[in-house]
Design a binder for this molecule. Structure first.
Ligand code: MG
Length: 164
């Protein structure tokens, strides 16, 4: 049995915040605003995993109005979500991601981001990929006001759904 999952997130960028991608702090003029640490990629990956397993979404699991998640480390949230997915019998096969922002450039940090996500998800770095894109100067992303992330994952499990 295999399942795909799609996750997407967007965060506003502001001065004085860290620019975090998959747990890696990338030098930048602005970073993500958010109730948690704002790690847009970790959030998109979390939603992809939860969606593939039909286990809800990040907002349901970690409500932004809940003070417990204020300034939360998004890798911890990702880990908690993946534990839930694993408990339901699923195993991550691979993960592919796109990060859309004008600045900073993602490529110099790509391997670090892949390693960081792979470590949290206990998977080979080979099975995790991340691509940086710009929005060609268009819209809020193009003006550097925000960063967007998309994540697609494949899960597998041994038993047909409902028989495990
Ligand atoms: Mg988010």
């Amino acid at each position: 049995m295999i399942r795909t999952g799609l996750g997407r997130d967007i965060h506003r960028l502001a001065a004085g915040r860290a620019f975090l991608l998959g747990g890696v702090a990338i030098p930048a003029e602005k970073g993500e605003l958010g109730h948690s640490d704002g790690d847009v990629l970790a959030h998109a990956v979390t939603d992809a995993l939860l969606g593939a397993a039909a286990l809800g979404d990040i907002g349901e699991l970690f409500p932004p109005q809940d003070a417990a998640w204020k300034d939360a480390d998004s890798l911890v949230l990702l880990k908690i979500a993946y534990e839930k997915v694993k408990k339901a019998g699923w195993r991550l096969v691979n993960l592919d991601c796109v990060v859309n922002c004008e600045k900073p450039r993602i490529l110099p940090y790509r391997e670090a981001v892949r390693s960081s996500l792979a470590q949290v998800l206990e998977i080979s770095r080979e099975a995790v990929f991340v691509k940086g894109k710009t929005n060609e100067g268009l819209g809020s992303l193009g003006r550097g006001e925000a960063v967007e992330a998309l994540a697609l994952c494949l899960l597998e499990r041994g038993e047909p759904y409902g028989m495990g």
